[in-house]
Design a protein around this ligand. Structure first.
Ligand SMILES: *Cc1c(COP(=O)(O)O)cnc(C)c1O
Length: 378
């Protein structure tokens, strides 16, 4: 098989998604499955839908278009504020978009009118993480103005935390979001049917037993794909953390000194990786680089250590593992490494069911599969 490649286990992704759908369902919260980390891959999207997500969310209209081309008719939300230059594409393919600017909503309304359609809008509210969002004090005026656009349906409000500044979702900011929803409904009638509380970093709050209040949807990507809580990057109980792995191929393996020699200046990506150790060790090179992954986001198998990477070479200490040119090594990825691997044209993507074994086999989702069998997608 070709290398490097991402091996995506759809059954594990389905398990993770359906576990989160059912846990959150018990708190009155639905799940929007976020597909951006896999570039809107239709096989992943169909897997999420089979697991019971209410709709799909992606930050790029190109990914939404790819899912539509694959025949996916589920509700889709563009979870990044649209570029005005893409307004026509957004209303053509996304049912709803997240918005913070009246100028953008105006462009969407015009595009929707030209297309003879209506477009749903969720207004994003700034709750302290300082990425996208309308300041809470400006929300009422924005809603009043948004309600005047002829081809726009206001669907509700949302917020996003823990992305730009690491501000955690908690009782305070989540009840503030609920309070804003109540205020808007009191002023304008039922305008906040959707209260989209946040992303995977909201799970601790949502599952803590804390009241969800008006929050009735979360947008989940990382937790489904990697089984990790982005707040601490620890595994979420009951989820697979190895649904996606990366396989790369060895192109050199030699014993070399720990210490580089010669006049030391900057390396290709800055820094001078000096080792204090004398002696030598096995140094193995894989055909994989920063163009394909974030080297800090790779976890090798036990006994193997990532030493560094340039554009096209990943250097590891293979320890006592016996590898030769042509051997393959498997790595786990964090979100940053996953994004880059999915985006790299040099990394092949493979999608499969587990081969009947895996570290968390006993936790495999029980029950019959839907008629939409991932088998046919090989
Ligand atoms: C990426 C993104 C998400 C999903 O975040 P995860 O941490 O992967 O769950 C949710 N909402 C917005 C606005 C996003 O950009």
């Amino acid at each position: 098989m070709s290398a490097p490649r991402l091996e995506v286990d759809l059954e594990k992704i389905r398990h993770n998604a359906s576990a989160l759908v059912s846990k959150l369902g018990g708190h009155g919260i639905s799940v929007t499955g976020v597909t951006k980390a896999c570039l809107g891959e239709p096989r992943v999207a169909k897997t999420l839908l089979a697991a019971g997500v209410k709709g799909l969310g992606d930050s790029r209209i190109e990914n939404i278009e790819a899912m539509r081309r694959a025949g996916i008719a589920a509700p889709m939300t563009l979870i990044r504020s649209p570029m005005p230059s893409q307004a026509a594409r957004v209303v053509a393919h996304a049912d709803i978009s997240f918005n913070t600017e009246l100028d953008v909503i105006a462009a969407l309304s015009s595009a929707a009118r030209r297309a003879g359609k209506r477009h749903g809008v969720v207004l994003m509210v700034e709750m302290g993480d300082l990425r996208e969002g309308i300041m809470p004090g400006d929300l009422q005026d924005t809603v009043r103005a948004a309600l005047r656009f002829p081809n726009i349906d206001l669907k509700g409000i949302g917020t996003n935390l823990a992305c730009q500044s690491g501000v955690s979702p908690d009782t305070r900011n989540m009840s503030e979001l609920s309070r804003l929803a109540d205020l808007l409904d009191a002023d304008f009638g039922l305008v906040t049917r959707v209260v989209s509380g946040g992303n995977s970093s909201n799970l601790k709050w949502a599952l803590s037993g804390e009241k969800a209040g008006r929050v009735n949807d979360l947008r989940l990507g990382e937790s489904i794909l990697l089984g990790l809580d982005p707040l601490d990057r620890l595994p979420i109980e009951g989820l697979y953390t190895d649904a996606i792995s990366l396989v790369a191929e060895v192109i050199e393996t030699k014993t070399k000194p720990f210490r580089p020699w010669g006049t030391i200046a900057q390396a290709a990506f800055g820094g001078t990786p000096l080792s204090a150790n004398d002696g030598s060790a096995s140094r193995t090179i894989l055909a994989l680089g920063r163009q394909d992954i974030d080297p800090l986001g790779l976890t090798a198998e036990p006994g193997i250590r990532v030493l560094g990477a340039s554009s096209d070479h990943l250097v590891v200490d293979a320890g006592t593992c016996h590898v030769t040119a042509g051997s393959e090594m498997t790595f786990q990825l964090n979100y940053s490494a996953l994004l880059r691997a999915m985006t790299s044209p040099f990394v092949t993507k493979t999608y499969s069911l587990p081969a009947g074994q895996g570290a968390f086999e006993s936790r495999r989702a029980p029950g019959p599969r839907s008629s939409e069998e991932p088998h046919q997608w090989h």
